[in-house]
Design a protein around this ligand. Structure first.
Ligand SMILES: [Zn+2]
Length: 409
């Protein structure tokens, strides 16, 4: 078995599901246990300034072995797995020399990954795939990223004949609950720019993501015995459904793709007296994003006009912004990743991220940070899988980026 696979299997066993409800950092204790292990490994590899802080951020530096100054590059991956699906007792399965047919993940429970549902599987005929046993997610998001970075930096440390500048490493907690950058100490990290290894399939290279807001709208009604309710009852659930009906019907996740934005209704909780809607608002274009937010304000005003002041209350917060505006001025860092991929035989696919990454927040914190593929598919569920070759190629891309930075400067 190759090194990156071994490392991935090891990390996959750690139970690091994050939890938005605990209010702690890291949000769950399992992440700290993995962090301790990663810190130990970085020390064993021989990195300098290895640290693990109280929030679970693991950092280390492989010092430059050049006598000239070259840019300090960083690589970042996250330790937690998504709370959307169980990450406990992950039991990876190997499909060797994949033949292109449906994959039975769990014969007892008859859980089958069908090619009809996941046609991308066809791209990996002849390769070795790692899948789940159907009962958990795999956690290739983002333990594959950790394994790839760890493998690359270990290789560099063991091959001092390869010339490189300083390589800065950070493993972060709680990316999946949107808090991965919260306590990231950019100054301590010390890199000029970085890459997150947190993308999907082989070739992905990303430097654009959504502008993102969260909106909570609370509608107040008035409850009266239904037999005597005429002209007295105000049903907050019905006001809420009016509000929902006024939003553009095409602008929802299930009807949009590419650069199209959306408003996504996350939850409804309602009674006659009180109804709460939770939305996320997403758009790549800043102007359109602001227009979407304005529409929420206008629609709340309309409810208040129709049913009285105080009927609808809007709480809306920005979550993150499109990193493109921070990457464009240093576009060469995308070009280097692009060239690195080409040189190791990977076709780059520059696609916008229909979500956020730690990298978008980090970019706004002063660390420009595009995203590179980690290699997996179908994140956050039982059909998650990763081809071994994609992990190996991600290692090659990291090594090539480091090499190009040393040569070009
Ligand atoms: Zn991820």
């Amino acid at each position: 078995m190759n090194t990156v696979t071994e490392k991935f299997l090891k990390y996959a066993k750690y139970y690091t599901e994050s939890d938005a409800e605990t209010g702690l950092t890291p949000s769950t204790p399992g992440q700290m246990i993995l962090a301790e292990e990663l810190k130990k490994e970085l020390q064993e590899i021989g990195l300098e300034q290895v640290s693990l802080d109280e929030n679970g951020y693991v950092m280390g530096v492989l010092p430059s072995n050049l006598d000239v100054e070259v840019p300090k590059v960083g690589f970042v991956a996250h330790m937690d797995t998504s709370p959307d699906f169980s990450g406990k007792n992950v039991n990876p399965q190997f499909v060797e020399n994949y033949d292109g047919s449906d994959i039975t993940l769990n014969s007892e429970e008859n859980i089958v990954m069908k090619v009809a549902d996941f046609p991308e599987l066809k791209k990996y005929i002849g390769q070795t795939l790692i899948t789940t046993d159907g009962t958990t997610l795999l956690g290739a998001d983002d333990k594959a990223g950790i394994a790839e970075i760890m493998t690359a930096v270990e290789y560099l440390a063991q091959h001092p004949e390869i010339k490189h500048g300083a390589v800065h490493i950070c493993f972060t907690p709680d990316e999946e609950i949107g808090r991965g950058a919260d306590y990231f100490d950019v100054e301590k990290f010390g890199a000029d720019f970085a890459y997150t290894l947190d993308g999907g399939e082989i070739g992905e290279l990303q430097y654009e993501n959504f502008n993102a807001a969260f909106a909570k709208i609370t509608f107040k009604g008035r409850n009266v015995h239904p037999g005597m309710a005429k002209n007295k009852m105000i049903n907050s659930m019905l006001i809420a459904t009016e509000f929902i009906g006024r939003l553009p019907v095409q602008d929802m996740p299930e009807k949009t793709e590419g650069y199209e934005g959306f408003n996504h209704l996350l939850s409804i909780q309602g009674s006659v007296e009180k109804t709460t809607l939770q939305y996320i608002i997403r758009d790549f274009d800043r102007e359109k994003y602001e227009e979407r937010k304005q529409l929420f304000i206008n629609l709340c005003n309309q409810s208040n006009n129709d049913y009285g002041e105080g009927t609808a209350t809007l709480e809306m917060t920005d979550q993150y912004f499109n990193m493109r505006e921070k990457i464009e001025p240093v576009k060469h860092i995308v070009d280097i990743a692009n060239e690195a991929m080409l040189q190791v035989g990977v076709t780059p696919m520059v696609v916008p991220i229909r979500g956020g990454t730690d990298g978008s927040r980090l970019s706004f914190m002063g660390l420009p940070c595009p995203n590179i593929f980690a290699g997996g598919h179908n994140f956050h569920g039982r059909f998650e899988y990763i081809p071994v070759n994609s992990m190996q190629k991600a290692v090659d891309v990291i090594l090539k980026i480091v090499e190009l930075l040393a040569v070009k400067n």
